[in-house]
Design a binder for this molecule. Structure first.
Ligand code: SAH
Length: 546
């Protein structure tokens, strides 16, 4: 077994989903951040388990072909920050890695083997983000505004982040200057006291309009006039200054209440040739030009002719649906945040779209209500948050019998699970496209087209079962797939979801309800053999579940 602090020589084989390179030493997988496939390195082991280890680069002995020579040079905080966990790769290599992650998740989690075209590149790989939220904390008696350092709640001063627009730096300096000069109190997470929690900035790239929003643990702030003046002086393109009230003891960043301190209540951007109004609480894709590509891929999959009823679930400010509205008979959007729904309605009007209506509510509830209303959409676009579709939603959609479902997702693992659920309901996955919306970071967007019809057994590799639909796959602790991979990697044994759930129960870990169900009435469940139980328990220990 490898020991902590030991030095080993490794060749990196490939890049894992979190952006770390993976090599082998003593037959064990060693995960090392900031490495590229083909790198030969000497690594110091920082954590070792009997089956797996983590290391840091001590010396780069020779570089793999995917390592970039200069991408990191412009960023002073690359190593401390951790957001740009792929910045050390060439962009071509980053796209290769991301395309593979998407295909592999679809195959391993969803049992879907589709030919995948290369991952679409983002039009810009730096300064593409239009939104940032900077935590503000007291450290060593001084207010600090920045970002959380890797795996910690210590705030690092932001400097000039290469993913953010340059104007954000000037606003950060102004906000911090205001806190210092007016001795404004700063929020303390532990005691839940102090006022200013974070600075939230958003820029409408196409129009240049900027919104600055102070997130505070209180309903008002002192020296309000000075704040608005100082922010406007730092960035004359600021058109909206907002106070967001977040008095909850939570790490959720934004509160529900907003008050405009100066200027407009929203900013306006242009996307896909349309104009969109965006309130602080409304979701908006962080990479505007990347979003145009994403929506183009979704529109291509939707194959609209002008005759369709289009249902846009999880629609935010209405952007996807409205970008397609001219090519459908009728558009219905559903979104849970009231301010975003209000934006979507105004956005329809300002773009002359008269065939759209927007409902405010939970996507699963709204879909049921639409089903009861007798609505049968021809095409459904779904773009849920990271956790994927709400339970029951895929079934409701299937009952409405659309011809096509276009899934857009920022998490290919949950997209794979939802695609598998549709597949089991008779929707065949036919096309997939990875779109890079988040260059330099370990995130990628996935678009999947599912089409009503018979399941094509050539494309669907594994049988889909109730177990795969269980939401517990995505609850705390490791996923079933991670546990299986760990067990296979470390003991060479293959274990089923059933065995994992049996051992979970033995260990007193909560198990999703479907795991208790035998697949058929008279089936006798096989029991997990002792050597597999031991390997599963080791995985639980490794993932901190027991
Ligand atoms: N399609 C939009 C937004 C995608 S982000 C775009 O491309 O901009 C996901 C959206 O789902 C967010 O706007 C979020 O507020 C919304 N949302 C989250 N949970 C929801 C739920 N249960 N029902 C409906 N909408 C939800």
């Amino acid at each position: 077994m490898l020991q902590k602090n030991q030095t080993v020589e490794l060749v990196i084989d490939d890049i894992a989903n979190d952006g770390s390179g993976v090599g082998r030493a003593d037959g064990l997988a060693v995960f090392v951040p900031n490495t590229a496939a083909g790198d030969r390195i000497s690594a110091k082991i920082v954590k070792a388990t009997p089956r797996l280890a983590y290391g840091v680069v001590q010396e780069l002995l020779s570089s793999g072909p995917g390592r970039s020579r200069d991408a990191c040079s412009g960023c002073p905080v690359y190593r401390r920050c951790g957001s740009c966990s792929l910045r050390h790769l060439t962009y071509a290599e980053e796209l290769r890695v991301k395309g593979r992650w998407v295909s592999e998740n679809l195959r391993r989690i969803g049992g879907i083997d589709l030919p995948a075209p290369p991952c679409l590149p983002s039009p810009a790989s730096d300064r593409y983000r239009n939104k940032a939220i900077y935590p503000i904390r007291m450290q060593n008696g001084e207010p600090v505004l920045g970002f959380y350092a890797k795996r910690s709640h210590r705030v690092e001063p932001v400097g000039d982040c290469l993913l953010h627009p340059e104007v954000f730096s000037a606003l950060c300096r102004a906000a911090l200057g205001w806190i210092r000069r007016h001795r404004i109190s700063v929020y303390d997470e532990e005691t839940h006291t102090g006022l200013i929690r974070s600075l939230y900035l958003r820029q409408a790239e196409a129009t240049g309009e900027v919104m600055a929003c102070m997130i505070a643990n209180g309903h008002s702030i002192p020296a309000e006039g000075a704040l608005t003046e100082e922010l406007r002086a730092a960035c004359p393109r600021t058109v909206s200054i907002i106070l967001n009230v977040n008095t909850a003891r939570t790490n959720v960043l934004l509160g529900r209440e907003c008050r405009t301190l100066w200027g407009k209540d929203s900013i306006t951007d242009r996307l896909c040739g349309l104009s969109f109004e965006l309130s602080p609480l409304s979701f908006y894709q962080v990479n505007r030009r990347g979003a145009e590509q994403l929506y183009a891929a979704a529109a291509d999959f939707a194959a609209l002719t002008g005759r369709e009823t289009l249902l846009d679930l999880y629609c935010g400010a209405g952007t996807i649906g409205l970008s397609m509205a001219k090519r459908v008979k009728q558009l219905i959007g559903v979104e849970i945040i009231p301010e975003a729904v209000e934006n979507a309605r105004v956005n329809a009007l300002r773009n002359g779209v008269e065939n759209a209506r927007f409902l405010c509510g939970d996507a699963a509830d709204a879909a049921l209500a639409l089903e009861r209303e007798g609505i049968s959409p021809d095409v459904v676009v779904i773009d849920p948050p990271r956790k994927g579709c709400a339970p029951g939603l895929t079934e409701t959609i299937a009952r409405m019998k659309p011809e096509r479902v276009v899934m857009v997702s920022c998490d290919s693992a949950t997209a794979a699970r939802d695609a598998a659920s549709f597949n089991a309901l008779g929707y065949r996955p036919v096309r997939v496209q990875a779109v890079d919306m988040f260059p330099r970071t370990a995130h990628v967007e996935t678009v999947v087209l599912l089409s009503k019809g018979e399941v094509d057994s050539k494309k669907i590799r594994v049988e889909f079962s109730l177990e795969d639909m269980d939401m517990s796959e995505f609850q705390d602790g490791a996923t079933y797939t991670q546990i299986k991979d760990y067990v296979l990697e470390h003991s060479g044994l293959k274990v089923s979801n059933l065995y994992i759930s049996q051992i979970k129960r033995k260990c007193g870990i909560e198990v999703g309800k479907n795991y208790n169900l035998p697949k058929s009435e008279d089936s006798r469940q096989p029991m997990c053999p002792p050597e597999k139980e031991k390997a599963i328990r080791e995985a639980f220990k490794y993932f901190g579940m027991i």
